[in-house]
Design a protein. Structure first.
Length: 500
């Protein structure tokens, strides 16, 4: 019998009432294993109403109460990390170890939220004038929403809701309809931890649900991670409806390899960063820029390593890379490889014909490596989101930096070199929000914020870290004067208040 995934509203499972469902497949077999309910406008409204009702008490609850619940949630998440990873593997397809890694990175943000008391400390200036004090405080917004992608069904929601609820907001999550079960497991763990009903809600669906969240008058802020076209739409639409927005878009992450680099280390890093999670990472390295004469040797080392990667079902402990999430996505990724030669690239490895014995109907694609890729090729200009690595050749460091900076994306980038001076120049000159020096995937730890530049971010705030706290709160300044009992009446003074 096909499993049904329903909504989570007001602290309990709520059956879908719209009559619309979407299929969820096991990427390793291609079989439909689950149907997920798609919310109507009325069902989204019910989730927002539950969150609004909960905010009346949660927004004024003590920091001690909030963090106590989050500490309990963290312990439950730790205890259930294998179960959560199994859900991720079953619906996304990534190997179990990678799914465990996703949960671990989400836990970092839960850790940050458990210590939110430090980040919410205000500021106080005393005696700014005679017996006048000024204090700055931060307060929650109200109901906030998160719209998250398929590639990290546990981690990306945890980039959002722990900080949102720790700061006193209530949350409505609209996860990807392609792998929705992880979000319900998280909701159950939050409830078990003692989170009051309505503080965290989950509605599944498509554009109907998204658009209603973007226009709903009671939703005060929207967080989004996904492709650039959708991020731009989210930002434009939600902003037009008066909401605060952080919308993280797509990427084309480059790795600049200088002639002095350790080429074995660079090749290891390129393969790991390009093909991990089947390339379905917004921080994947999808373009290696080889400087000078090292290109041939570097490509040979990358090929040698890539050919050894074992591809198979995510629940097979021997698998290093799993399938892509849907057949449609698999076919789109393959099209970039099959069309590469006609656009001037050299196809070193073509993984489009790869299959796995016993799982022939799975969404399989093998490792693909393209060399001498022109900047005009679609394999370079588009975010592929699959296991396809492009290698571009340049003669100098300056040419490489100019190439990277000409990209419309600015999410993450990396340089591999032994030259500290070159690395220092690179981190200052490169136009990207996250930079790695001999680190291929420079995703910040939880207490530093994640976000890109240019078409990789719409809105002023990066996600989690200090930016996350600021995004989910608004500042207030309070100026106070308490008269001293010995003061004589001062009388009326219509002049501008003086501080001295």
């Amino acid at each position: 019998m096909t499993k049904i995934v329903n909504h989570w509203i007001g602290g309990k499972t709520v059956e879908g009432a719209s009559g619309n469902y979407g299929p969820v497949t096991d990427p390793a077999t291609g079989a439909v294993t689950t149907n997920v309910a798609f919310a109507s406008v009325e069902e989204v409204d019910a989730a927002v109403a539950a969150a609004k009702d909960a905010y009346a008490t949660w927004g004024t609850s003590s920091l001690a109460r909030r963090t106590t619940i989050l500490f309990k949630f963290r312990a439950l998440l730790e205890a259930n990390r294998d179960a959560l990873a199994e859900l991720i593997t079953a619906e996304h397809g990534k190997v179990h170890s990678d799914a465990l890694g996703e949960v671990a990175r989400g836990l970092e943000i839960v850790d940050l939220a458990c210590g939110i008391t430090v980040q919410l400390k205000g500021e106080l200036s005393t005696e700014v004038a005679s017996r006048v004090d000024v204090a700055s405080i931060r307060q929650p917004l109200g109901v906030v929403a998160g719209i998250t992608p398929f590639n990290f069904p546990a981690m990306v929601p945890m980039w959002m809701f722990p900080i949102a609820i720790a700061t006193g907001n209530t949350f409505v999550l609209k996860p990807s309809e392609k792998d929705p079960s992880a979000s319900l497991k998280i909701a159950e763990l939050l409830a078990e931890a003692g989170l009051p009903d309505g503080v965290f809600n989950v509605v599944h669906g498509d554009k109907v649900a998204v658009d209603r969240l973007l226009e709903h008058p009671d939703v005060k802020a929207v967080s989004f991670v996904g492709s650039t076209p959708i991020a731009r739409y989210i930002h434009t639409t939600a902003s037009a409806n008066g909401k605060r927005v952080q919308a993280l878009g797509g990427a084309k992450n480059h790795m600049l390899v200088l002639p002095d680099a350790d080429l074995d280390a660079a090749a290891d890093a390129a393969v790991s960063a390009a093909y991990g999670s089947a390339g379905e990472r917004c921080m994947a390295i999808s373009a290696v820029v080889a400087v000078g004469s090292i290109g041939d040797e570097l490509v040979a080392k990358i090929r040698e390593r890539a050919e050894k990667i074992k591809i198979g079902p995510g629940n097979d402990p021997t698998s290093e890379m799993g399938p892509l999430i849907t057949k449609v996505h698999r076919d789109k990724v393959a099209s970039y490889v099959t069309g590469a030669a006609a656009e001037g690239a050299e196809v070193v490895l073509d993984g489009t014909g790869h299959t796995v014995e016993g799982f022939e109907d799975g969404h399989w694609i093998g490792i693909s490596l393209l060399d001498k890729v022109p900047t005009s090729a679609k394999a370079y200009t588009d975010e592929i989101f699959g296991p396809v690595l492009c290698v571009l050749r340049v003669d100098t460091y300056d040419e490489g930096v100019a190439l990277i900076n000409s990209s419309p994306f600015g999410n993450g980038t990396a340089i591999f070199t032994r030259d500290g001076g070159a690395a220092r120049r690179f981190q200052l000159e490169i136009e990207a929000g996250m930079v790695g020096v001999n680190v291929p995937i420079p995703v910040p730890v939880g207490y530093h914020s994640f976000g890109g530049w240019k078409d990789s971010l719409f809105g002023d705030h990066h996600i989690y870290g200090n930016d996350g706290t600021h995004f989910y709160t608004r500042g207030k300044v309070v100026t106070t004067r308490w008269p001293d009992p010995a003061d004589a009446p001062t009388g009326v003074d219509l002049g501008f208040p003086r501080n001295h």
